[in-house]
Every structure is written in C-alpha cells, then in structure tokens.
Design a protein around this ligand. Structure first.
Ligand code: G
Ligand code: G
Ligand code: MN
Ligand code: NA
Length: 250
C-alpha cells in the first residue's frame, strides 16, 4: 500500500513526522501538570495527517514499534526540558503482543537520560481484556521501572471492570464521548460521577478528556475529577510552542 511505503520512508526522515503536545490541567485550577504526546504527519502530498489516518496502517505493517520509539524519544526530550511535567505517550494494543516491549521502552528512556517516573504510558482497556501472561509481565515490568500507566478512552471498551483489580494501573482517562454529553444527557453526568468515585475508591487518579466548555469544566471540578485535558485549555502544539503556551496557562 502506498501509505505504508510513505510511512516507512517518513520514519527515516526528520521533517515529516512530528510530535505535538496537549496540556493536561490540574482539576482544581492549579495549572498545567503534564502533556500528552500526539503524533502528526506532514505528508508531502496529502498534507497534515492525524493519527486516525495512519496508526492502523502502522499497526498492520509492523511500523507501530518504530513509530512509538520515535514518539517516546521526543517525549523524553520534553520530559528533560520540563522536569516538573508528566509526559504521556500512547501505546497501541498491538504492541503488547511483543515480549520485548517493556525492555525497548526502558532502553529508550535510559538512552535519553529521562526519568521513567515522568513518563506515563496510555493504554486502552482492550489490552487488559486479554488476561494474558505477556500483558501482565509487560505492565509489571514497566511499573517496576517507574512508568505510570493510564487507561485511555475509559468506558468505551468492553468494561468488565474485573480487570481493574487484576492489573495495577495509576490513572483512568474518562473518554471524551461522556464529557461531550455532559449537560445534554443525564446518563453522562451519572456515568462521570460513578467513574470518578470508582477511580478514587481504587486509589487512582481520574482524568477527563475532551473538555471543551466552561460548563463541562465546572461540572468535572465539582465531581472531583483530578485532571482535565481538552480544547478549552489548548489543542496539541509543537514542543517549540510549549514555553509560550505554558506561560499563558499558568
Ligand atoms: O491526535 P488526535 O488528535 O487525532 O489523536 C487521535 C488518536 O490517535 C488518539 O486515539 C490517540 O491516542 C492516537 N495517537 C496519537 N498519537 C499516537 C501515537 O504516538 N501512538 C499511538 N499508538 N496512537 C496515537
Ligand atoms: O484517544 P486519545 O485520547 O489519545 O485521543 C486524543 C485525541 O483527542 C486527539 O485526537 C486530540 O486531538 C483529541 N482531542 C483533545 N482534546 C479534545 C477536545 O477537547 N475535543 C475533541 N473533540 N477532541 C479533542
Ligand atoms: Mn491518549
Ligand atoms: Na482518549
């Protein structure tokens, strides 16, 4: 496939793939506590591509590993430049089939000189559904190395919830579909309240994604949500623009 060939080439180049960073805010208004790394591809002919257009191709063609290593290296640079921030990196469920994932990620952090304690790995619920020994040992090895684990898009998978007691994670990120329906549908408010309580009862940090309005922000703050991320605060920006953005959000 054409896009696969282009992606293979882009990974070896400096200028096409770039990592943008979206700030994550302290829920009670204490400013920026972290950023999430989000990949962008400036395709020579197709223009700027969002991950939705190429992450699946990367997963199917074995390129997701090299792509993630590149994102993590960049993220480690940001972590070193901003010692007070946590830096989140998305890991594809496909990558958990590899027995060498933990060792690879640990090696990159060591090479760059970043601290794993500053890096958060975002994984989706589907990863934990395969209650399998590889996933279990990978997640334990990563946590032992100091990485924090966040459950991304929480509530959209087949949430059996039993996995929450089988796998130790640090954070849940409530999917933006629930946040977007706050104020429109009573069930969304009930679900958000329940997830915040569930998370806190299990000693987890609870983040809301896709916060776009002041009303959503106020609701989430009142509900006790610990962290928030969304266009209300900022979209993802290039690392070079972070200094100015963080200054503005202080
Ligand atoms: O960045 P957007 O704004 O379009 O992201 C869309 C989706 O792509 C999200 O689900 C996000 O988790 C995923 N995504 C963004 N960057 C990466 C990445 O570096 N690796 C993986 N596996 N997914 C990513
Ligand atoms: O699945 P993942 O959480 O990693 O997705 C991050 C995606 O969400 C990125 O595509 C990012 O651009 C997008 N995003 C971030 N904030 C908002 C928001 O406030 N509203 C919407 N609609 N999308 C957002
Ligand atoms: Mn994410
Ligand atoms: Na998400």
């Amino acid at each position: 496939r054409e896009i696969e060939e282009d992606l293979r080439a882009a990974i070896t180049r400096e200028d096409e793939l770039c990592v943008h960073y979206q700030p994550q805010m302290d829920g009670s208004g204490g400013g920026v506590i972290g950023v999430e790394a989000l990949l962008r591809w400036r395709h020579p002919r197709r223009g700027s591509l969002a991950p939705a257009a190429f992450v699946k191709v990367a997963e199917e063609s074995g390129l997701i590993g090299p792509l993630t290593r590149r994102v993590l290296r960049d993220a480690c640079g940001v972590a070193i430049a901003w010692p007070g921030l946590s830096v989140a990196v998305n890991i594809s469920p496909v990558q958990f089939r590899s027995r060498t994932l933990a060792a690879e990620l640990i090696a990159i952090v060591r090479e760059t000189g970043a601290r794993a304690q500053q890096i958060e790995l975002e994984v989706t619920e589907s990863v934990l559904l395969d209650n399998d020994e590889v996933v279990h040992s990978t997640l334990s090895a990563l946590r032992r190395a100091g990485f924090r684990i966040a459950l991304d898009d929480f509530g959209t998978g087949y949430s059996s919830l039993s996995y929450l007691s089988k796998f130790k994670v640090d954070k849940i990120k409530i999917d933006r579909s629930f946040i977007q329906r706050l104020g429109e549908a009573d069930d969304a408010a009930a679900i958000v309240h329940a997830v915040v309580r569930l998370g806190h009862a299990m000693g987890l940090v609870v983040t809301a994604e896709g916060v776009e309005t002041g009303l959503q922000h106020a609701f989430l703050k009142h509900a006790g949500c610990n962290e928030m991320q969304g266009f209300l605060f900022s979209e993802a920006v290039p690392a070079a623009a972070l200094r100015r953005l963080l200054g503005r959000l202080e």
